[in-house]
Structure formats: C-alpha cells, structure tokens
Design a protein around this ligand. Structure first.
Ligand SMILES: [Zn+2]
Length: 421
C-alpha cells in the first residue's frame, strides 16, 4: 500500500530542492513534482519518482506549469519589532551624510531614536506595526523569520518586544524565531558596565524564565561591545540556554568573528571588515555567515561585504533582510537581487543562501530550508519559468503561492490565511 498524499504540486517548469548535497546548489529538477501529507513533504522529484512512491488518488492538486517551485525563504536576521520610523533620517541621508549638516537640519538620527519610539509604543501598537511588516514578508515568500529584540534596552520594553514575537508566531502562519538582543546598545543614562551587569544578572534570566527567546545576540564593533564584553554576555546567555549569535565586522574588526568561531556561535552576521583568516576560523567552527545586502545598500556602506573569500574558505552563507528602522526591507527577492548584483553572488548561491543557508543560521536545517522528504512543507511557487528570472525581474512581484506546513497561505499573490489577532 502506497502512502496517500493530501496535496500534490505538479508540472513545475523547474523545482529547486536546495538540498544539502545538490552539486548545483539549487538542486534543479525539470518538470518537478512533489507530494505532501500532514504538512510534511513525502515525495519530491520528477513525475515518475513521485508517482512510483506515493498515491495521488485523493490529493488536492496545484498545477505549477510554467512556474518555479522553491523552498520558502528563511529570513534569518531581522529586527521586525520596533516602534515608529526613521524616514526623516533616511531621506536626509540620501543627500548628505555630514553629521554637522544633519544636526543643523535638526534631523534625529541613530538607534536611540528608535529606542525612544519603541519604548513609547504600547504592546498593541508594536504588534500592529510589526504585523504589517510580517504580512509583507509572507507575501514575498518568507515562511520562517527570525525576530530580534533590541530597541528597548530596558527590561520592560525588551520583554514587551519578545512578547510581540510570541503573539505574531501564534497569529500568523509563519515560524517566528525569537532572539534576545538586549545588547544591541546600552541606554545613554547608564554606564556600559552597569548595563552588562543588568543584562547578565536580570534580563537574560528573566527572558529565559519566560521562555521568550531561543538565541542571545550582541553587537561587537568599535563603539559598541568589545569582544571580551561579548564573551561575558554570550556565556551568560548560554548558561541560561540561549545559543549565541553575533553582529560583527559591520564597521571594524575587533575580534567578534574570532570569538564567534571560538564559541562555535550559530551565526556571525555582517562581516564587512572580517579578514580571510577569521573567515577561515568561522568556516572551521561550522558558524554560518549571515550577509545583509539590504543594509549595505540602505546606508551606502563604504565597504560592502565581499562573499568571495567566504565561499573560497568554505563558509556556509545565509542572506537576510535585516529589516529594521535603518533598512526597511521585508522582501527576500529584493535581497537576493542585491546580493547578486551588488556583491557578486551567483543566482544559485543567493537562492541557496536565502533558503537552506538561512535555516542553518537558525538551526532549522533539519526541518526546513530545502524541499526534501521528511521536511516541513514550507514551499513557494514563483510566477516565472526559470529561476534566474527571480534575480533578473527587478522589483517585480513574482511570488504566486506560499505553502507553510502544508497549508496554502498565499494564492495568486494574495493572502488566504485568516489571522486570529
Ligand atoms: Zn541586525
């Protein structure tokens, strides 16, 4: 008796498995078929492979003729939950980055502006603003998204942000992975050492006790936290059950990547200034390098990240939106386009980094990020007949269908989920 599928996707012009061992990185199958049951992938391949292993007699059918089937995007680095907007700063910086001129024009700048706006927002306001961004992400093909705290920098607001993560995860058909980034900065009213004390002795244990996060993150760069401060905070996090992640090398190289390698962190993110020997250490330690083309574009970064030495050293790479007040981007297709054109990734490297790479950066690679038997049915269907068009059709909406845990949540480019909120 063959197992009965409950949903079949058939006749795809191209199907990208993005499986671990795919020699072309994307695992291209022409005339691709796949069968699902109970939210899980039970068969994938060409028509003969699928029909020989499962029964399709009672399955609902999605015809993907003329389209490309791919894993849902895993957006593994975002600051999804924040209050307000920094559009004034963004607009002003389009014509000048001179701090004197920005001061003269009275333009409020920097992360503390967002901290104030976030502290002032109620849980419901934060939820509403973040839910709108999350809906855009789902419509752009994202089925798993990481969301960091870090615009509160005090116990009350950090917990409020993480509770919004939990509510979003509960109400929307997307997996929201929560990260505690209390060490995104420190409040101007406090000495850094005192805040580190509060982080490690009060905030981390409180977040852990409430079960509100899975990872602990920190920013290691000049003017932010030093590598030894990061070690202290991330070790405290690990002691409370949080695996470490690190923002590092965005504007300097002060040892954050080497610390990530030494601690076998889950990911090291940004890496603009990280030298080859540190990239080699990261690769050797199995750390995933998370690359953020959106922020490099949005801030016109003086030293955009270079993936070439990373790939040569064997580093696993992931692409993410870094959706935040400084880089208001919810679209993984745009990130893939920027990663290719501005940073020299091939379409195959970029698509792989936006799916399986992202899953590795969240320790979800056994569960999602590729289309393989036994994995969760997190799938998207693009309205294009060859995958390179994802990179070529700049800014076009290409996501036709999104399936999460086997359930169709976007169809014909429109939402068909019902939120509970
Ligand atoms: Zn970030």
């Amino acid at each position: 008796m063959k197992i009965e599928a409950d949903l079949v996707i058939q006749n795809a012009s191209q199907l990208l498995t993005c499986s671990q061992e795919a020699p072309d990185l994307v695992g291209l199958v022409r005339n691709g078929w796949m069968a699902l049951r109970g939210g899980e992938i039970i068969a994938v391949g060409d028509q003969a492979d699928v029909k020989s292993s499962v029964s399709l007699d009672v399955a609902e059918v999605i015809d993907a003729a003329g389209k490309v089937v791919a894993p849902g995007f895993v957006d593994c680095h975002t600051h999804l939950v924040f209050g307000g907007s920094r559009v004034e700063e963004y607009s002003a910086r389009l014509v000048t980055d001179d701090p004197e001129e920005l001061r003269r024009r009275n333009v409020p700048t920097g992360i503390m502006v967002s901290v104030e706006q976030t502290r002032a927002a109620s849980a419901d306001e934060l939820y509403r603003q973040s839910a709108q961004r999350l809906e855009e992400m789902i419509l752009s093909g994202t089925t798993t998204v990481e969301s960091k705290s870090g615009y509160g920098l005090d116990m009350e607001t950090e917990l409020r942000i993480l509770e919004v993560n939990r509510r979003l995860e509960h109400n929307y058909p997307v997996e929201v992975v929560s990260t505690f980034l209390g060490a995104h900065g420190w409040p101007p009213s406090m000495k850094k050492e005192d805040y580190i004390d509060q982080l490690t002795k009060e905030m981390i244990p409180a977040v852990s006790g409430a079960g509100l996060a899975e990872f602990c993150d920190i920013w290691c760069d000049e003017g932010h936290y030093t590598a030894s401060e990061c070690r202290y905070v991330l070790e405290a996090g690990r002691g409370s059950g949080f695996e470490p992640k690190i923002h590092t090398g965005a504007y300097s190289h002060i040892g954050g990547a080497d610390l990530a390698a030494e601690m076998k962190a889950v990911s090291a993110d940004h890496l603009n200034f990280t030298p080859r020997e540190s990239l080699r250490r990261l690769a050797g330690a199995g750390v995933t390098g998370v690359l953020l083309p959106g922020i490099d574009f949005a801030v016109r970064h003086p030293k955009p990240f270079n993936p070439v030495p990373m790939i040569e050293e064997g580093l696993e790479i992931a692409l993410a939106t870094n959706c935040c007040p400084g880089c208001w981007c919810t679209s993984m297709p745009l990130i893939v386009q920027l990663g290719c054109r501005n940073h020299g990734l091939s379409p195959e490297q970029a698509i792989r980094a936006a799916t399986l790479g992202g899953a590795k950066a969240l320790l979800r690679h056994e569960k999602t990020g590729s289309l393989e038997k036994g994995k969760r049915a997190d799938i998207q269907i693009w309205n294009i007949d060859r995958y390179e068009d994802l990179v070529y059709h700049l800014g076009s909406p290409m996501v036709d269908t999104v399936i999460q845990k086997g359930r169709t949540i976007v169809s014909g480019g429109r939402p068909v989920w019902n939120t509970i909120s």
